[in-house]
Design a protein around this ligand. Sequence first.
Ligand SMILES: N[C@@H](CCC(=O)N[C@@H](CS)C(=O)NCC(=O)O)C(=O)O
Length: 234
Amino acid sequence: MEPILLYGFPSGSSMGLVAALEWLGKPYRLCRVDMLGDMREPSYARLNPRHETPVFITDKGELLTETMAIAAWLEARDSDRRISFAPLSREADRMHQLMAFVNTGFTGAFSPLWAALEMEDPDPAVQTALRDFGRRAVIERHDKLEGMIGQGPFLVGERPSLADAVLVGVARWLDFHEVADRGRWPKLSALRERLEGDPAVIHATKLENGEASSGTGALLGHMPLDEVIERFGV
Ligand SMILES: N[C@@H](CCC(=O)N[C@@H](CS)C(=O)NCC(=O)O)C(=O)O
């Protein structure tokens, strides 16, 4: 069977993995998950007890969660090196380094901002403190990432890789939370612009928004969440 990626909307980090599947060019299926609704239902725990996206169903029908584990699965099967680099190469090391940075500190810096936004019965003082702490953390992590970006057009090498895929879904949260003008980080801003204009990212964003997009043809279609839970849930 073809692997299936469950990606979340609105504004999920998993949008970048959809783009990575397009760049990879091998047949895949998708399942679109409403993070504010279906993902919170008890039945979703059969796919991921932490109630998070992304979730991946491998070609053997096995469940795999965590962005870094899914990226590693794709990398191991990227025989044509479309989204990764030769094992043991300097580029592969650098790609792993950047992916780890983005998936940990960079992504985590937004947590207080999400917590402030999603508070059910907000205490204004706590909300303000969370926003302030979150803004400072996001700006600090952006400063650090700006310092890590080289002179090339993408995070590593001359074409988008898994590192760019892990970044692209998260980087837009800067604008969503109105933390700062993206132009404050010129290299990161140029990279984001390049990625946002990439056909695979445009395809992934359209799907996330509920619009039709066939992409390059590797996407074989969407599966309803109920069916995925029924067939692959534990
Ligand atoms: N460590 C996980 C984190 C995944 C994660 O936090 N996903 C977010 C969406 S981007 C989520 O599902 N959050 C739960 C929620 O929104 O309630 C990974 O890297 O895959």
